[in-house]
Write a protein of this length. Structure first.
Lengths: 772, 389
């Protein structure tokens, strides 16, 4: 950039300069350009409670009408193009604030292959640190910008190197080793046989062997509710058909590829389960096969399980595995055109992560990243070319659009009807799976929490449970209840966020504000517990970081009553509003069959009439001890999905109340002895022993898959460990929004153009969660 | 030759009667130094003509006063500066917020709109290369014609004291004709923008236009039938709306309701914010507009709302009728008129805090179904009531 001030120099010239500056100061309209997960805090900053409009900053309009961009966190390579476009479209004078740690130097994603630095792309006025930033600091950034416009020079903080007085002592302490794969040729085994007390499993294994006679190479029980079937690439599709047809395994929960370079092979695995048969609901059957690393081709199972479609597309980009039969092979789906090819292969190395910087190592803070040069993000050409012939109009929505998050959807519209919708995720793809391979197991806790910062505890719990399952750790009773409470609070939070976005998509800002006000109240105890609004990272393997005092428990209890009152108001103004009902009823219907076919999860599956909730089916933590009902609906329309989640909020409040009552009487440790080992004094507060307890966690050899019910549905974590390294060999995350994307698009097809937003809002699609 | 003295006579003999001005004048004369200056100014004359007297007389000349001060441009300008601020404050209140404040905390951020307008004024105006350059710039300004011309026929007076710039028996018809022209300009704006969203917005605007226009016209027609006149000066005077029991909303509430919904549709307020739905089509026709041109478009909806609310005040709320405020004379009617209009406008803009947005087909079915039925019923009702009275 030659002159970073060229876009604001105009303000300084002429006799009217003071007037121009004054008006620009008080009329900073940020355009609706949500780039990453800090958008949640942006919503809070402009909702009641913080009310950014006080400062004259009105969140209205798109780039053309506004003069201010708030870049919320990570700018991925795909989003960098959008950012450049949006900045170019804006009229001078224009300003940019970057919020979030990852907008500065990458933050927690500093060594990701898919991020860029906003400061390379646009001239930035202010950086606001924080992960995620708090609304206060966001607004303080706005104030700082206002001062800057008026000519008040405010220097940002200058960092100074401070000599620590207790440096001598530091050396005595055992510093955990940096994350590293130890074995040069680790042994990666997907089906490590384990002896478990599971009678139904033995029966099932027997049935599987009978049904799949001659098609499999081995059937192994790898844990409770986990069965792995090894087969050959030729037989894969036949096995899948049999499983679906005879055994009623009707959906795919995850598709995974593991590269083993020293054995020159890929392991391709499909994790399937059933929504149809109650006994099979908890069972995850993994079909896997091995293919050579050269010219890796494998038949796609999209024809059998449509829910595998998007995951196959994604893995094709990550690993270069060619799924024959999937129509998207050879194209980009999640990644940008200039992202490094095949980034998840082990040959592609990202800068090394360190746990603690050693004395003589010069830290590499900022990875130099080339900003993208060309601005073109292609839409699937056939999709566009054939449109005029059939009298259709192509309308792309997002990522910069008042009614879209970080997702681009391209429509073909005939009249007012959506004929076809082409999703384009990946605008917030921060490459968590690759990053996780370079971090210690414990370092991945905050990383995976960033999947959905409006649903932090659920994501946190989902990952931690996987570690606990692998390490066979039994969580103490008190911690179980506390974790349940946290997880349910987080669920309420996420649902209110979605409800707010749903009302905003209908143009109903009041409903949005009310929801944000309620969220604000739930965030309050989270702040009291961990000090962070939406990234507490409070749940650690074996329990919690520290105990929660009775005061905070009382506060949580009070807040459940306070929510009730506000929720009534929200219901009367938005939920019972005749216009809302007219807009949402009967729109975007997803039948039970469609929902299962698309592999929907969570409340959106239940709204279509499938009674599947992991909290009931395979209870974890304290869910088997609390009394709650699973909400199901039959309509499968937008209103059903929306009301279903409101109903779940009520159930969650019930759980929280029961949990608070129960936990008052349970005294005891909150960290399991299994994991503490010799550091028993840390059983009520991990402070001081964190490094020693968690620094060198190593998972036993094998594959560990856990499903957890996050707010928006099933979150699946698969961790492969070689049994000796302190980093995972491969982590596969399937987040609920990613699984819901397919059904979301199906539901939008055939509806009216304006109904897309009803459908969008009703699915609570959260792009950072989906893109990972 | 123009008969100047005759013209001046016409002007000077038709002032707005405001007793307060005489009180102030007499009070000023009593102040030692200032009184002298005032007396001198009033007697100051060039070529035997007391210029200052003539200027004051011209300003107070009824047609001029009504066009420029009440209910004309000055009122409109004040409304445009105050109304969006009031809207933002009131909606913020409904949403448990405070709205714009920090710019001028003592007056609750009342000059927020000034800052916004200045900012728009000082911003770059971008004409993108796909736009039809001339139409793109001309249409927003041409849009002023149908929006401002109805001001000529608005009557802010009450019984026996019309405050109207131009009195004509066809006033209501002309106003409706001009209002019906507005969507044409919006569609022109959208067409010149050459953008997908503005195209969709234009189509929506056209559909909405047909849906609300017919019930709107019929509801006005019902009132014309009821009053037996379409002269705005006569609509609010005589027996028509002398007491509040004779207000249009009491005599024919159905027409009032139709008119109000049509107003919400015509000004694209929620729940009928369909052509400009920002979550769906990103301001539709105005998606490509920047700087002051967008500012004009943004403010134009409020101007349209003002005109429609003024018509509503005249037809259904007795125009400027109300308790006479002593010393203000005819101005008191104007003040009542402005107050009533402002209340209607506030109700209109605050729909934003209460309702989500309808879908286009639902709005069309409301327009062609419920509203048309209601309007026709209102017409029949007017005939019946007219016969009874």
């Amino acid at each position: 950039m030659e002159n970073p001030n060229e876009h604001i120099d105009f303000l300084e010239s002429g006799p009217l300069a003071p007037l121009k500056k004054w008006s620009a100061k008080w009329s900073l309209w940020p355009c609706h350009f949500i780039t990453s997960c800090c958008g949640v805090e942006l919503a809070h900053a402009f909702a009641c409670g913080y009310d950014g409009e006080r400062l004259g900053t009105l969140n209205l309009g798109i780039s053309r009408q506004s003069n201010f961009i708030i870049v919320e966190g990570t700018i991925t390579r795909k989003m960098a193009r959008a950012l450049q476009f949006v900045y170019g479209q804006m009229p001078d004078p224009k300003y940019v604030n970057v919020i979030g740690a990852c907008g500065e130097r990458g933050g927690i994603f500093w060594n990701s292959y898919n991020i860029t630095h906003p400061s390379d792309i646009v001239p930035v006025d202010f950086f606001v640190p924080g992960c995620p930033v708090t609304p206060e600091s966001l607004l303080r950034g706005v104030r700082a910008l206002q001062d800057k416009i008026m000519g008040v020079d405010k220097k940002t903080i200058e960092f100074k190197k401070v000599e620590l007085p207790f440096e001598e002592k530091l050396e005595e302490r055992m510093v955990p080793t940096s994350p590293k794969i130890y074995a040069p040729t680790p042994e990666i085994k997907v089906d490590v046989k384990r002896v478990v007390d599971w009678d139904f499993g033995k029966e099932l294994e027997h049935t599987l062997r009978k049904e799949l006679k001659g098609l499999f190479e081995s059937v192994t029980i790898t844990g409770k509710d986990r069965i792995a079937i090894r087969t050959t690439p030729e037989n894969l599709i036949e096995v899948a058909r049999k499983l679906k047809g005879q055994m009623n395994f009707d959906h795919v929960k995850s598709v995974n590829v593991i590269q083993v370079p020293h054995e020159r092979k890929f392991i391709v695995e499909y994790v399937t389960s059933s929504y149809g048969i109650e006994e099979l609901m908890t069972v995850l059957v993994t079909i896997y096969t091995e293919i050579g690393i050269k010219n890796p081709k494998i038949p796609s199972l999209t024809s059998v399980w449509e829910s595998a479609n998007y995951s196959e597309r994604e893995l094709h980009e990550f690993f270069g595995v060619w799924f024959e039969g999937n129509d998207w092979m050879g194209r980009k789906f999640v990644l940008a055109p200039d992202t490094p090819d095949l980034p998840l292969r082990k040959e592609y190395k990202i800068p090394e992560e360190r746990y603690v910087f050693e004395k003589d190592v010069e830290p590499e803070f900022m990875v130099p990243i080339e900003p993208p040069k060309d601005l073109y993000t292609p839409i699937w050409e056939e999709f566009v070319e054939t449109a005029p012939a059939s009298d259709e109009i192509v309308v792309p929505i997002g990522p910069h659009h008042p009614g879209s998050g970080h997702l681009r959807v391209t429509f073909r519209i005939k009249g007012d009807r959506i004929v076809d919708a082409l999703p384009e995720p990946g605008f917030v793809h921060r490459s968590m799976e690759k990053l996780a391979e370079n971090k210690l197991y414990i370092q991945n806790v905050p990383l995976f929490e960033r999947l959905a910062i409006n649903d932090p505890a659920s994501m946190n719990l989902a990952y931690v449970r996987t570690l606990e399952n692998a390490l066979d750790v039994e969580v103490p009773e008190r911690a179980k209840y506390l974790r349940t409470i946290l997880s349910e609070l987080s669920r309420i939070e996420a649902f209110y966020y979605d409800a707010g976005i749903f009302s905003l998509f209908f143009g109903h800002t009041t409903g949005f504000m009310y929801c944000m006000a309620i969220r604000e109240m739930i965030i309050e105890p989270l702040v009291h517990i961990s000090g962070s609004r939406s990234g507490p990272s409070f749940i650690v393997p074996g329990g919690l970081r520290r105990d929660i005092s009775d005061d905070v428990l009382g506060m949580i209890d009070n807040i459940t009553f306070a929510i009730h009152k506000r929720a009534k108001k929200f219901e009367s103004i938005f939920v019972n509003n005749p216009v809302t009902i007219a807009r949402a009823k009967g729109v975007g219907v997803l039948t039970k069959e469609d929902a299962i076919r698309c592999g929907m999860v969570g409340p959106f599956l239940r709204a279509s009439g499938v009674n599947y909730d992991i909290r009931k089916v395979a209870p974890y933590d304290a869910y088997d001890k609390v009394d709650f009902e699973v909400t199901t609906g039959d309509d499968g329309d937008c209103l059903g999905r929306f009301l279903g989640r409101l109903e779940e909020i009520r159930e969650s409040v019930k759980i929280v109340k029961q949990g608070v009552d129960a936990v008052r009487d349970i005294k005891g440790p909150i960290l399991s002895e299994d994991i503490l080992g010799e550091y028993k004094e840390a059983s009520s507060d991990i402070k001081g022993s964190f490094f020693r307890v968690f620094g060198n966690l190593v998972l036993p050899k094998g594959e560990w898959t856990t499903i957890t019910e996050a707010a928006r549905g099933t979150t699946l974590f698969t961790i492969n460990s070689d049994g000796e390294s302190n980093v995972p060999y491969r982590v596969r995350v399937i987040s609920p929004s990613w699984m819901n994307l397919k059904g979301f698009m199906e539901a939008a097809k055939g509806e009216r153009y304006a109904d897309f937003w009803a459908v969008y809002g009703s699915f609570g699609y959260f792009p950072p969660e989906a893109d990972r | 030759m123009i008969d100047i003295s005759g013209l001046i006579g016409t002007i000077m003999n038709n002032p707005v009667n405001i007793p307060l001005l005489y009180v102030i004048y007499e009070f000023l004369l009593k102040i030692p130094v200032l009184g002298g200056i005032v007396a001198f100014l009033l007697d100051f004359s060039i070529l035997g003509m007391p210029v200052v007297r003539y200027i004051i007389g011209f300003v107070l000349w009824k047609p001029f006063f009504t066009l420029i001060i009440i209910p004309g441009f000055a009122t409109l300008g004040t409304m445009l500066l105050v109304l969006p601020w009031l809207e933002r404050k009131l909606v913020a209140r409904m949403q448990w917020r405070v709205g714009p404040r920090e710019i001028e905390p003592h007056t609750r951020g009342s000059i927020q709109l000034l800052a916004d307008t200045l900012r728009f004024l000082c911003q770059e105006v971008i004409i993108h290369k796909d736009a039809h350059k001339h139409y793109f710039l001309q249409f927003p300004f041409l849009y002023f014609i149908p929006v401002l011309l109805p001001l000529l026929f608005i009557n802010a007076g009450a019984v026996g004291h019309p405050l109207v710039p131009i009195e004509t028996p066809y006033a209501l018809q002309i106003m409706i004709g001009l209002i019906s022209l507005m969507p044409v300009f919006i569609i022109g704006v959208a067409w010149a923008s050459n953008n997908r969203f503005s195209f969709i917005g234009a189509v929506r605007e056209a559909f909405m236009y047909f849906a609300y226009e017919i019930p709107f016209i019929i509801s006005v027609l019902a009132m014309i039938v009821l009053y037996g006149t379409s002269n705005t000066a006569e609509v609010v005077s005589g027996v028509n709306q002398s007491t509040w029991l004779h207000w249009g909303i009491i005599l024919n509430p159905f027409a009032a309701l139709t008119f109000f919904i049509a107003t919400a549709m015509a000004t694209a307020r929620l729940p009928f914010d369909i052509p400009e739905a920002d979550q769906e089509v990103a301001f539709g026709p105005f998606v490509e507009y920047t700087g002051i041109v967008f500012g004009l478009a943004y403010i134009m909806a409020y101007e349209k709302a003002y005109v429609l609310a003024a018509i509503m005040t005249m037809l259904f709320f007795g125009g400027g009728s109300g308790p006479v405020i002593p010393y203000l004379g005819e101005l008191s009617y104007g003040i009542w008129f402005v107050v009533k209009t402002l209340i209607i406008l506030l109700v209109l803009v605050n729909l934003r805090g209460v309702y989500p947005r309808y879908r286009i087909d639902q709005a069309l079915s409301i327009g062609w179904g419920a509203m048309l039925t209601l309007a026709l019923f209102a017409l029949v009702w007017s005939v019946v009531i007219g016969v009874i009275i």
